[in-house]
Design a protein around this ligand. Structure first.
Ligand code: SF4
Length: 343
């Protein structure tokens, strides 16, 4: 290979501090750096797909954002290295990202990929065994560099052929383990700002989101619209085979999302203008009378209807159909408790 083809490097750029520092170190090293960010419905970053320019300290770096939601289901379904505490398949996820980057690299005659991974920073995916697996399984043994912790890693192919000299990264900064002190000092020194907080960027690590996601995955549902509804409202699972759920809005914003749900299912509201309440979406195939009665009970419980043991009227705002139920608060509470435990 010609050394000229090593001028450029891709940096996997999540938007977190380590990825900013990785990009900065690679640029300081002398590479022409381009950032790659993967977005999916499961990651909380609300990014436009396509090309943009990002400030990384004093550098303005090109970034490409690629939506991988559709392909990501395969990673989620049967991860070779299993899940973390929730439905986060972190090792397989990194392998998947790197494989995607590899394809881009091959298409564009780039031969270096850098990540901001730090040995010992995460309990599962950033131990030395998993870091090796990630490198091998992604097929990037000859291309991958991890500048933030290079001094703790065995010599890589890029060092063997003289493209990378680890001392130069060691002089810039090195990190080992969970402390972020060195990274913060580096960020302050080079005025790196704009990075996202260390926790919370991935819904697959959120216990409550995963509680709602699990039955959807079990049913093989891959509908992005349904998945986006998991981010809002109170959820009650009527059945997971077939998947039927009740989602009740908690505020005006969530009610608006429910009202605009494109596959209009049944959307309930109290049929009395002077009784405020949520909008409640009843979603699923083959909804029967029993399902609808449960949904009405849940909806009424979260409305301002206070007449225990009396009849409540609700309306489906999509079809105009009316429902009339005998409301009992104790029944509603026990139903809600039993349905929550089904998730
Ligand atoms: S936290 Fe989420 S995005 Fe990050 S590696 Fe794990 S699964 Fe992937």
């Amino acid at each position: 290979m010609n050394s000229k083809s090593y001028n450029k490097a891709y940096v996997l750029f999540s938007g977190g501090l380590d990825s900013y520092i990785c990009a900065h170190m690679m640029k300081r090293y002398g590479f022409d750096v381009e950032l790659i960010t993967f977005k999916s419905i499961f990651f909380l970053r609300n990014l436009e797909t396509g090309k943009s320019v990002i400030d990384v300290g004093e550098y303005k770096l090109n970034r490409i954002v690629i939506d991988v939601t559709d392909e990501y289901f395969d990673v989620l379904e049967n991860p070779k290295y299993g899940y973390g505490k929730n439905i986060n398949p972190c090792i397989d996820c990194k392998i998947f990202f790197l494989k995607k980057a590899k394809k881009l690299m091959e298409d564009n005659d780039v031969n270096v990929i850098a990540t901001g991974e730090v040995l010992g920073q995460r309990p599962k995916s950033q131990r030395s065994g998993p870091l090796k697996n990630i490198k091998t399984d992604s097929g990037l043994e000859k291309h991958l560099v991890r500048p933030l912790c290079i001094s703790s890693l065995t010599k890589s192919f890029l060092e063997d052929i003289g493209i990378i000299h680890r001392e130069r990264f060691e002089e810039m900064m090195q990190v080992h383990g969970r402390s972020r002190k060195n990274q913060m000092e580096y960020a302050n020194k080079y005025k790196i700002t704009g990075f996202s907080s260390p926790s919370g960027g991935c819904l697959l690590t959120h216990k409550e989101y995963c509680r709602k996601l699990r039955p959807i995955l079990n049913c093989g549902i891959r509908d992005k619209m349904i998945l986006s509804l998991l981010k809002i409202g109170r959820h009650f699972l009527l059945s997971d085979d077939p998947y039927k759920t009740v989602i009740s809005g908690r505020n005006e914003k969530e009610n608006d999302i429910i009202e605009n749900f494109k596959d209009k299912q049944i959307i309930l509201r109290m049929n009395m203008d002077d009784i405020p309440g949520p909008l409640t979406l009843v979603y699923g195939e083959r909804l029967d009378e029993n399902d609808l009665e449960k949904a009405c009970l849940i909806h009424t419980y979260y409305s301002d209807f206070k007449n225990n043991n009396s009849r409540a009227k609700l309306i489906d705002i999509s079809s105009g159909k009316e429902y009339n139920i005998l409301y009992n608060e104790d029944d509603a509470v026990s139903l809600i408790e039993s349905m929550r435990s089904k998730h």
